[in-house]
Design a protein around this ligand. Structure first.
Ligand code: NAD
Length: 389
């Protein structure tokens, strides 16, 4: 991970026609690393007007705009999400705070009648996800969760293949990914501290793997989970980062750097999941979706971040022959997934449309992560129950 990581979110200038006569007034909550990507996309959208920003670190929000060479004379600054929301001057907020404060910021915004684009992971526990869903339902506002890989054509191809029925009945899925040296501390330690990150590799990259396969198969409910989490690398005082420097964060490392889960889903499907920020291995394997009529292999990437690492392969038996159909990687779209995640949110706000990445799906993602944490602590399989909302 490097400072250049943000380059992954850069995109071409838009050529799409956007109706700028109706502007959406936006407040950015949390002006750290990922807020830079939000800002970059919003600045390209003629119908987005950034009117407010908040950060709990004094002066950080003001510096954020100065560092990004943005004229902030029309932007009001606030010391936390509460004051920004209480001021009531925005239609929508993008929540870019660390995981620990996703729920309180999202709930407060929804309760005050604002649309919300909430960074992933949705939050850190199932209880929080339920509370967010309740606030969303009571508000009637749009809540979209920030899973930009959904807007990648290759990710859509995975779903299209699965939904075509070519796999028959799906019975087993293996997914996840990992990095040999990928504990993310490019701009600070909020990902790895318990009080800010709360969950580690699962909330950072594991949630992408879960979304890839669960979205492809229609987000069935999870029934039971056997989970495991560990942090052998993060807590190792002699651990070295990818560039060979001492990591020097063992004493503050408070989340998991590896997690695994064996999940039974509705419909008799087994989901076998593992995710690693650090390991003595190149990759814990490709994603595979196995069905009664065919199986799909989705190559992993070296630095798993929710993008697909190579051509998809569909294995079937046709006319008595074992065959394999390759689906070559599709070229990138005109803009990055990050652009479309924000564009689709703004469009939904302007048209009163549906949330592009709905929380009713992502609550299932969160329930699995929550189940892995709880099962790991208890050391046994547990049942997952998602209350009706
Ligand atoms: N979609 C992606 O590709 C992507 C990439 C990186 C990070 N993220 C997600 O974005 C979130 C933030 O990550 P980051 O690396 O930018 O973290 P960060 O620590 O750099 O920034 C978070 C900021 O939020 C501020 N903050 C916390 N609580 C606040 C509150 N109540 N009101 C106002 N400000 C508050 C903090 O002071 C900090 O400046 C994480 O949940 C992470 O998972 C998503």
């Amino acid at each position: 991970m490097s400072k250049n990581s943000l380059d992954a979110f850069k995109f071409d200038q838009t050529t799409e026609e956007i109706d700028a006569s109706k502007k959406v007034k936006i407040g950015i909550i949390g002006t750290g690393w990922i807020a830079g990507a939000h800002l970059e996309q919003l600045l390209q959208m003629p119908d987005a007007e950034i009117v407010a920003a908040a950060d709990i670190v004094p002066g950080k929000a003001e510096k954020f705009f100065a560092d990004n060479n943005v004229d902030a004379s029309n932007i009001k600054f606030y010391p936390s999400h509460k004051e920004l929301i209480d001021a009531g001057e925005v239609d929508a907020v993008t929540i870019c705070t660390y995981n620990a404060t996703h729920a309180e910021c999202a709930i407060y915004a929804l309760e005050h009648g604002m649309h919300v684009l909430l960074e992933k992971p949705m939050c850190v526990t199932l209880d929080e996800a339920v509370a967010i869903r309740k606030a969303e339902k009571a508000s009637g506002k749009i809540l979209s969760i920030g899973f930009q890989p959904r807007f990648d054509d290759n990710m859509k191809m995975v779903k299209d293949i699965v939904q075509s029925g070519a796999l028959g009945d799906i019975y087993y899925i293996q997914t996840g990914g990992g990095r040999r040296h990928g504990i993310p501390t490019p701009f600070g330690t909020t990902f790895i501290q318990e009080d800010t990150g709360v969950i580690g590799a699962m909330g950072d990259i594991g949630c992408y793997s879960l979304d890839m396969v669960l979205n492809a198969i229609g987000y069935p409910k999870p029934l039971t989970v056997t989970g495991y989490t560990s942090n052998f690398f993060g807590k190792d005082p002699e651990y070295f980062t990818a560039d060979g420097k001492p990591a020097e964060y063992a004493d503050i490392f408070g989340v998991e750097d590896f997690a695994a889960g064996f999940v039974r889903l509705e419909g008799g499907i087994i989901l076998d999941f593992r995710i690693a920020w650090a390991m003595h291995l190149d990759t814990p394997g490709d994603t595979i979706i196995m069905g009664t009529k065919g199986s799909l292999r989705i190559p992993s990437t070296e630095c798993w971040n929710g993008t697909i690492g190579g051509d998809l392969k569909l294995y079937q038996r046709v006319a008595g022959k074992d065959v394999c159909t390759e689906f070559p990687m599709l070229p990138p779209r005109a803009h990055s997934g990050f652009y479309y995640k924000m564009r689709s949110f703004l469009d939904a706000v302007k048209t009163g449309g549906k949330a592009p990445i709905p929380s009713e799906q992502i609550i299932i993602n969160q329930a699995i992560i929550d189940g892995i944490v709880k099962s790991s602590k208890l050391g046994k399989e547990i049942e997952i129950e998602i209350p009706e909302i």
